[in-house]
Design a protein around this ligand. Structure first.
Ligand code: NOJ
Length: 453
């Protein structure tokens, strides 16, 4: 049978600057924290560097051609802060502006809407040297950057996200697996508070521009944890901690309900981690938004015994998609949770969803990626069900347009619809690219059966 999506549904694909652009030392771009972090021994699998990545800085025409081939209506990409402002603030790099103008012009010519993220993890290194997100001055720095973006590109962008997956800043400041590689939980908690303030102040700035064609939101990933064994107190407590203390609760509560949750405040107090919060901060953070971007990859069932074993072998390059089970049905539950628990009453977009195949599996297995098709198909089935149940989801973006620099996994994890040959920088459509083009063309897909739940 065939399932169809609402007529105005937006199909898209997503990328991010640091993962595709390359050209990190060209045309006046300043270094970002990832350029520096990736050079620290042992931080990135096989010592891979983001220096060239997919070379999208020079291959933007080909990228847009691929978007056309896929038939997507919208392209989600991010701006590189250090390409626009090499020092983070101050002098604007005109060559950087020209690059993004070119991308936006090509999108327009081809009738593809732009969905732009202001910050996708790549802080200018110059700002990290001043304390990065740990310094409250970041709010001013971020607004200066956002002003440059809004002034230069405001007319050509339909959707703006202030931040993508702010949890990456926690991973980079508290756990050390991401740039800048710090392991200081107190500092990290303060940094996240400032990050949320950057978001709130930026939304206010955006409103001052009075754009009539554009909307603004934020992208927060939700990896919902469930206890694996019903009635097991340890499993239950791991799930609560992973959701509320170190997961989506850190962001969704202040963004949509105002203030930090009771669970998080207790945790702060017990562990002496309460950030410096000034009067009015929570009002600033909790700005009305036009949309919410959900990055969804998997639902996770936590078994305390298994997790203890996994922690022992945790290595750079790993992520939650290393878990053996896929739980696409969690998407429907997550969407209901957004509405029921966090009172999200604005349109929702799935701003990322996808699955990696290991580079080590070889080129042929990567090109013939039936497993990716099956995974996405299942996610879309559950998404469709949620829409039928009344959840207002307006679009779906597949991660990613092409294989790219997968952060601490380097080039070892391939997420693309197009295979990137890192020797020649050629992009070759995978089986999934042809399948996804059919989905976008038909605004739906063929499925064998509707799952029960
Ligand atoms: C989340 C991030 O936004 C993106 O940068 C990353 O590559 C994908 N998920 C896959 O891990």
């Amino acid at each position: 049978m065939q399932i169809k999506f609402p007529e105005s549904f937006t199909w898209g694909v997503a990328t991010a600057a640091a993962q595709v652009e390359g050209a990190v030392f060209e045309d006046g771009r300043g270094p970002s924290i990832w350029d520096v972090f990736s050079r620290l021994p042992g931080k990135i699998k096989n010592g891979y560097l983001p220096d060239i990545a997919c070379d999208s800085y020079h291959k933007v025409e080909r990228d847009v051609e691929m978007l056309k081939e896929l038939g997507v209506k919208s392209y989600r990409f991010s701006f590189s802060w250090s390409r626009i402002l090499p020092e983070g603030t101050g002098k604007v790099n005109e060559k950087g502006i020209i690059y993004y103008k070119k991308l936006l012009a090509l999108l327009k010519e081809n009738g593809i809407r732009a969905n732009a993220t202001m910050y996708h993890w790549d802080l200018p290194y110059a700002l990290q040297m001043k304390g990065g997100f740990g310094n409250r001055e970041i709010v001013k720095w971020f607004c200066e950057y956002a002003s440059v973006l809004l002034d230069n590109f405001g007319e050509d962008i339909d959707m703006w996200a202030t931040f993508n997956e702010p949890i990456a800043t926690y991973v980079g400041y508290a756990q050390g697996f991401f740039a800048p590689g710090l392991q200081d939980e107190k500092y990290a908690r303060q940094a996240l508070h400032h990050l949320l303030l950057c978001h709130g102040e930026c939304v206010k700035l955006f409103r001052e521009h009075m754009f009539t064609h554009a909307s603004i939101g934020i992208v927060v990933d939700v990896w919902k944890h469930y206890p694996a064994r019903e009635g097991n107190a340890e499993d239950q407590s791991i799930a609560v901690t992973s959701n509320e203390i170190r997961g989506y609760g850190m962001f969704l509560h202040p963004l949509f309900l105002g203030g930090y949750s009771k669970e998080l405040m207790n945790y702060f107090e017990i562990n002496h981690l309460t950030p410096d919060i000034q009067d009015g901060d929570f009002e600033t953070i909790c700005q009305p938004l036009d949309f919410y971007g959900l990055n969804f990859y998997n639902g996770l069932y936590d078994n305390a015994d298994e997790i203890r074993e996994m922690e022992k072998t945790r290595k750079a390059g790993g992520n939650y998609q290393d878990r053996p089970e896929n739980h696409p049905e969690a998407l429907k539950d997550v969407l209901h949770m957004l509405v029921e628990k966090y009172h999200v009453d604005i349109p929702i977009y799935i701003t990322e969803n996808g699955v990696p195949i290991d580079d080590a599996d070889g080129r042929e297995a990567n090109l013939d990626d039936q497993s990716r098709i099956e995974y996405v198909k299942n996610v879309l089935i559950w998404l469709h069900k949620a829409i039928e149940e009344g959840i207002d989801v307006r679009g779906y973006y597949l991660w990613s347009l092409m294989d790219n620099f997968e952060w601490s996994a380097g080039y070892a994890a391939r997420y693309g619809l197009y295979y990137t040959d890192y020797e020649t920088l050629e992009r070759i459509p995978k089986k999934s690219a042809k399948w996804y083009a059919q989905v976008t063309r038909e605004n739906g897909l063929l499925i064998d059966a509707v799952p029960q739940a």
